[in-house]
Structure formats: structure tokens, C-alpha cells
Design a binder for this molecule. Structure first.
Ligand SMILES: C[S@@+](CC[C@H](N)C(=O)[O-])C[C@H]1O[C@@H](n2cnc3c(N)ncnc32)[C@H](O)[C@@H]1O
Length: 463
């Protein structure tokens, strides 16, 4: 979610990433293959028309129609065959001029100039495709200044700290910015693909949507704390929590899905996380009275959800319907049980509940019911007063929740609620326990100084 590319995760606005297509099954990156297939599917009608009018299948009897479509997508609409395509390259080269001419003719015929305008209206990605590529700097391994210098040396142009969403919207080409709110977040144009970038492969960068960076930041556990990440895989938020903890303290991370936990373990190793204990466990079965969790004051709950706010979904299935009533009910039931369960951990002070769903049933309704059941023990913390998109006013205080969307915040669709314990033990002063309403690492007056963390790698390490 809001993290790298792939089925149901993150986004790939613009052309799908370049692949070695020889043969397709040997593509090194399944996620990239998935992106390529989705984009090919989106342009299916256009590709059919071009292939037919260029007579490709008549001329190349051994070329199967589906493969032809993927190859022609890559040639005309994707990244071309720079270094890829293997044995198909000569075949495509023979037809290249004709295919290009047919695409141009189709555009003239339809009176459009951009490839995207050839799509049926329902297949156009709209605002979702304009969500920039957000890149979180992993402060366990490096710092923003080092990363900025690295990109500058690679020919990118650094435009400084953005002052508004308009600055982000205007990004083009090889320009990048620092996010106006989050100081460890770099912003590149939507089409930027950094999956092969050495800093990403070395774990110095995490490709994570801005909205998905907010839960850990708003939980804000100080170094040394004990934290539960209740539904943790594939682990982008866990790695963010570890960075905020500076690897000091403990994260107990749970997930039910063994495969996702395995990729999470790889991610945590790559990003230098050393304070996390992973467990393949149902969070609902984790006992709040277990002595191991007695010091847990912070919980991040980012449960399975319909994903209706995910940019990928909006790009893959523009105009796709909302999740069915039954599915929503089942998801909301689990989300509510998980939230109520989390609120029973005895030392809990602060909890962040987040989803990448736009549905009220999975968001405001879940939070309202959990608050009612907690009978005043927990309340919503008023966070980020300047954030423009707030929770739906379905109950008093719901405006303390945050929403996000491509239209309002130039991010994926997201929901966040921060709950804090209302009763303050008499021995602890209010000043010590009250929740910060700012984003800690977003202090605008940051002095330019070199970071102590390891310098950015000079050669691309491969994993
Ligand atoms: C939205 S994803 C979490 C994304 C993760 N927080 C991140 O930022 O990378 C939800 C996760 O909850 C897990 N999950 C679902 N039910 C669970 C349960 N009862 N206990 C623990 N994890 C569960 C799913 O396997 C899935 O990996």
C-alpha cells in the first residue's frame, strides 16, 4: 500500500517500466511485468487497431496475438526496447516504421495528439496518474542532504523545498523537490521510475506515497519506545517506525501472511532495521496481558481494507465500482475488532489507525464505534490542523481524522485517525504526555549540515 509497485500496491503512473521480454516468463521483476500487462491491457483496443492496420500478424505467422500486443505496447507506448526484447527485437525492428506510422495515422484520424487521448474516457487514469513519485529517505542509512547531492550528481535538478501542492503539480522532467510538509520526503514527477535506482536497491530510499508516510510520523514514538505494528507486512511503515526510533527500542510486528512476511524480512534487512521482531501471528490472538507487551505505549494499526483509495486500482480499473456491501461489512467487522483489541493494551498511550480505503464504513464508522466502546478512555487527537482534507463529519470530532486523495492532497486515497489515551496518570505531567500536533521531522528551519549516516553508495549494489 502506497509503497512500491505491484498488484494492489503503490502506483505506476505513465508508461509501464521497461522489461526484458525474452521470454516474458523470465522477466526479472514480477511487479514490473504486472505493470506492463496492465498498461497493455488498458491500451488493448488501440494496440489491436495498430497491429491490424500494420498487418503485423499476417506478416509474422508465428507471433501470437497476445505477445504481439505486449511487444507493440513496449515499442510504441512504453520505453522502447533499450537493451531488452531479445530475439523479438529484430522482428519488431522490421515492422517498427510501419507500426509507428499506423499509430500516427490513428491519432490524426481521431484528432488527438497524445497517446493517452486515444483511450476511451473510462480508461483514462485522470488525476490518479498525476500523483507524484514520493520517495522517503531512510534515515537509518543516509539523510536527505546526501540523497539530494546524489541525484544532483546524476543530472537531476533540485528545486528546493516546495511551498505548495502547486509546486508538486508543476514538476516535470528531471526536476525534484523536498515535500512542503515532510522533510525526509523527496518528490519527483509522476512518471519517474526509481525501482532500479542504486539508492533504492541499497535501502537508502523507500518508494512510499506521502499519505502512507503519515501514520508512523503521527504515531511519533520516541527512540527507546516499545511499539506494536499490528498488521505489518510488507513493512514500509515498520521501516519508517524503526527510522523514527533510530533503531532504539522495540517493534513487535505481526502479520498473518507468511509470504508477505518473507518479503518484509527482506525489506527490513535491506533498510537496516534491527529493532523489529517479526511474528506470523493473528493480531487478534495477541494477548494484551502478555508480559512481553507490558511496555507497549504505541500501536500502529493498518489493517487489510478494500483498497478503494489506491492509485493503482484507479489506474488499472478506472471507474471500477465500489466494494460490495458484503465485502465492506466483513472488512469493517475485522477492522473494528482489531481496533477495539488494540485499545485494550494496558500501557497504550497513542494509536494510529489507517486504511487506504475511501469508504466511510472502514474509516469514520470503525473509529466512532471503537471510541464508543472505549467509553471515554481514548479520544481523537487533533493532528495536522493545516491538512486540507478532514474526516467526514459523521460524529462529533470526526474532523480530527485525516483523509487524502489525488484531488485534494495529490496522494493516494487514505484515511488516518490518531487516538490517544484520555486519562493521564496523576504521576505524569500533561506536558510529558500530550501528543504533538506537528510532524516532528518537518521542522522548516532545518540547518544545512552533513548527516552522520552512511554516505550514499557510489556503485549500484544489486540485490
Ligand atoms: C494494508 S496491509 C499492511 C501494510 C503495511 N502496514 C505496510 O505499510 O507495509 C494489511 C496487512 O494485514 C495483514 N492481516 C490481515 N489480517 C490480519 C490479522 N488478523 N493479524 C495480523 N495481520 C493481519 C495482511 O496480511 C496484510 O499484510
Amino acid at each position: 500500500r502506497g509503497s512500491g509497485f505491484g498488484p494492489g500496491r503503490g502506483c505506476w503512473p505513465g508508461p509501464a517500466p521497461r522489461l526484458s521480454l525474452c521470454p516474458l516468463g523470465r522477466a526479472q521483476n514480477v511487479k514490473q511485468l504486472y505493470a506492463l500487462v496492465c498498461e497493455t491491457q488498458r491500451y488493448s483496443a488501440v494496440l489491436d487497431a495498430v497491429i491490424a492496420s500494420a498487418g503485423l500478424l499476417r506478416a509474422e505467422k508465428k507471433l501470437r496475438p497476445h505477445l504481439a500486443k505486449v511487444l507493440v505496447y513496449e515499442l510504441l507506448l512504453g520505453r522502447g526496447f533499450r537493451g531488452g526484447a531479445g530475439r523479438w527485437k529484430p522482428l519488431l525492428n522490421r515492422h517498427q516504421a510501419r507500426l509507428k506510422a499506423e499509430l500516427a495515422r490513428l491519432k490524426v484520424h481521431r484528432g488527438v495528439s497524445r497517446n493517452e487521448d486515444l483511450l476511451e474516457v473510462g480508461c483514462r487514469p485522470g488525476l490518479a496518474s498525476q500523483v507524484p513519485r514520493f520517495v522517503r529517505v531512510n534515515t537509518l542509512k543516509t539523510c536527505s542532504d546526501n540523497v539530494i547531492d546524489y541525484f544532483k550528481r546524476q543530472g537531476f535538478s533540485y528545486q528546493g523545498r516546495a511551498s505548495s501542492l502547486e509546486d508538486l503539480r508543476a514538476l516535470k522532467g528531471k526536476c525534484f523537490l523536498l515535500d512542503p510538509l515532510l522533510s525526509e520526503l523527496l518528490v519527483f514527477p509522476a512518471q519517474t521510475d526509481l525501482h532500479d535506482h542504486p539508492l533504492y536497491l541499497a535501502g537508502h530510499l523507500i518508494l512510499q506515497d506521502k499519505a502512507s508516510c503519515l501514520p508512523a510520523l503521527l504515531l511519533d514514538p520516541p527512540p527507546g519506545s516499545h511499539v506494536i505494528d499490528a498488521c505489518a507486512a510488507p513493512g514500509n511503515k515498520t521501516s519508517h517506525l524503526a527510522a523514527l526510533l533510530k533503531n532504539q527500542g522495540k517493534i513487535f510486528a505481526f502479520d498473518l501472511d507468511a509470504k508477505r512476511l518473507a518479503s518484509m524480512a527482506t525489506l527490513l534487512a535491506r533498510t537496516g532495521v534491527s529493532c523489529c521482531q517479526l511474528a506470523e501471528e493473528d493480531f487478534l490472538a495477541v494477548s494484551p496481558s502478555d508480559q512481553r507487551y507490558r511496555q507497549v505505549q504505541y500501536i500502529l494499526l493498518d489493517p487489510s481494507c478494500s483498497g478503494s483509495g489506491m492509485v493503482t486500482r484507479q489506474l488499472e480499473e478506472p471507474g471500477a465500482g465500489a466494494p460490495s456491501k458484503e465485502r465492506l461489512q466483513a472488512l469493517a467487522g475485522f477492522q473494528q475488532r482489531a481496533l477495539c483489541h488494540a485499545l485494550t493494551f494496558p500501557s497504550l498511550q497513542r494509536l494510529v489507525y489507517s486504511t487506504c480505503s475511501l469508504c466511510q464504513e472502514e474509516n469514520e464508522d470503525v473509529v466512532r464505534d471503537a471510541l464508543q466502546q472505549s467509553a471515554g478512555t481514548f479520544r481523537l487527537a487533533p493532528v495536522l490542523p493545516s491538512w486540507p482534507h478532514r474526516g467526514l463529519s459523521t460524529f462529533p470530532g470526526a474532523e480530527h481524522c485525516l483523509r487524502a486523495s489525488p484531488e485534494t492532497t495529490l496522494t493516494g486515497g487514505f484515511f488516518i485517525a490518531v487516538l490517544e489515551r484520555a486519562e493521564v496518570p496523576s504521576s505524569v505531567s500533561q506536558a510529558e504526555t500530550s501528543a504533538p500536533e506537528h510532524i516532528p521531522s518537518a521542522a522548516p528551519k532545518r540547518k544545512k549540515r552533513r548527516c552522520k549516516a552512511a554516505a550514499a553508495p557510489s556503485a549500484p549494489p544489486r540485490t
